[in-house]
Ligand binder design. Structure first.
Ligand SMILES: *[C@@H]1O[C@H](CO)[C@@H](O)[C@H](O)[C@H]1NC(C)=O
Ligand SMILES: *[C@@H]1O[C@H](CO)[C@@H](O)[C@H](O)[C@H]1NC(C)=O
Ligand SMILES: *[C@@H]1O[C@H](CO)[C@@H](O)[C@H](O)[C@H]1NC(C)=O
Ligand SMILES: *[C@@H]1O[C@H](CO)[C@@H](O)[C@H](O)[C@H]1NC(C)=O
Ligand SMILES: *[C@@H]1O[C@H](CO)[C@@H](O)[C@H](O)[C@H]1NC(C)=O
Ligand SMILES: *[C@@H]1O[C@H](CO)[C@@H](O)[C@H](O)[C@H]1NC(C)=O
Ligand SMILES: *[C@@H]1O[C@H](CO)[C@@H](O)[C@H](O)[C@H]1NC(C)=O
Length: 289
């Protein structure tokens, strides 16, 4: 007879394997963007840039970092770092630092362009500017190998679709500091589905939405009828699970838009009335962004 203790150990082992599969980083070395030899100006600039990427001036306190370094156009390097919305600054910097070593030394040495995804962050660099450009490739996906119970598949899919739509529109509407949203839903199988969606915050609402819609389109290959999955693209990513994999309490509040009582002159209207110039200043105005 198999002892329950043994089964329990197997279950734990499986859980660890699943968790590790998700924690495993994914790297893409972009070969057709060319190579850079060790100690070349580009290579040195890349190291300088990445070691300074997480300085405050390059980050926005909501897990988005971008910077560029280099004097001449042919050795200029650009980098973007993005952390999941519930990751503390300290952990974010440490994730980006680990990715830096992983990508430049272990996985993609001497590549001018590369991208790496870890469970808490994404790091990418190139010799071209990527800021504000919505990019869908390369794309990386991973699934939780466990199946949704066959009797509950339709209900699960339906709830998952609604949930993903909801986090997509919330993330896209997030504004220029952070485009990140999470939510949960209950499937008819009584499983709670948790989901997040995120874009790099500097792209537009529409671009973010388009990127996520495209990423959802990968679900059939990635993780249909699975209890978890994740698709990551350079400009956006989403993930869902039937367990709580993020810490909602850690998501920082965004500053509320300032209430402007007297708007600055450029937004006022100047009308000339016989002999004098009057400025009409609306008394109250809410700044909306
Ligand atoms: C980046 O490097 C590649 C390969 O060396 C080159 O073909 C391309 O023109 C460079 N791009 C920019 C924007 O400098
Ligand atoms: C870059 O290096 C790889 C080997 O690491 C080589 O196969 C490839 O041809 C090189 N590409 C260029 C453009 O030099
Ligand atoms: C790069 O520069 C360092 C320090 O100057 C040196 O130790 C190393 O040998 C150089 N590597 C190559 C491949 O030239
Ligand atoms: C970055 O990672 C490297 C290699 O893992 C480590 O040696 C270094 O101390 C880390 N730096 C910071 C600031 O965390
Ligand atoms: C999940 O379902 C697929 C197809 O229905 C089956 O081949 C696979 O063995 C199942 N996997 C698990 C972990 O039950
Ligand atoms: C699910 O989301 C609701 C808000 O929509 C929230 O109040 C609730 O705490 C969440 N449940 C879990 C288990 O996180
Ligand atoms: C100023 O007033 C004119 C005429 O009422 C209007 O056409 C114009 O759009 C106004 N400009 C601004 C900046 O509000």
């Amino acid at each position: 007879m198999v002892s329950s203790r043994f089964l329990f150990s197997i279950a734990i082992l499986l859980l660890i394997m699943i968790t590790q599969a998700f924690a495993q980083p994914a790297h893409f070395c972009i070969n057709n963007r060319g190579n850079c030899t060790t100690n070349s100006t580009y290579h040195t600039n890349l190291n300088t840039l990445l070691s300074s990427l997480t300085y405050n001036k390059n980050g926005n306190a909501y897990g988005f970092y971008h910077s560029t370094y280099g004097q001449n156009s042919d050795d200029q390097v650009y980098a973007i770092g993005l952390c999941r919305g519930d990751v503390k600054s300290k952990d974010c910097r440490s994730c980006l630092n680990n990715s830096r070593y992983g990508i430049t030394q272990r996985y993609c040495p001497n590549k001018k362009e590369a991208i790496g995804w870890y469970s808490n962050c994404m790091l990418r660099y190139s010799n071209r500017s990527m800021y504000g450009v919505m990019e869908t490739k390369p794309s990386f996906d991973i699934r939780n190998p466990q199946n949704v119970s066959s009797s509950g598949v339709d209900g699960f899919n339906q709830e998952l679709r609604k949930l993903l739509e909801s986090v997509r529109s919330k993330a896209a509407a997030g504004g220029s500091l952070r485009k990140f949203a999470y939510g949960n839903a209950t499937a008819p199988t009584f499983q709670t589905i948790f989901a997040i969606a995120q874009c790099t915050p500097e792209i537009s609402e529409q671009a973010c939405s388009d990127c996520l819609v495209g990423a959802f389109g990968e679900i059939p290959e990635c993780c249909i009828e699975k209890v978890g999955g994740r698709v990551s693209r350079p400009s956006c990513n989403f993930r869902f699970e039937v367990y709580r994999f993020i810490e909602p309490k850690m998501i920082l509040q965004l500053p509320s838009p300032p209430l402007i009582l007297f708007p600055p002159p450029p937004s006022t209207n100047i009308t000339t009335v016989s002999g004098g110039t009057y400025m009409f200043v609306p008394l109250f105005r809410y700044k909306v962004n």
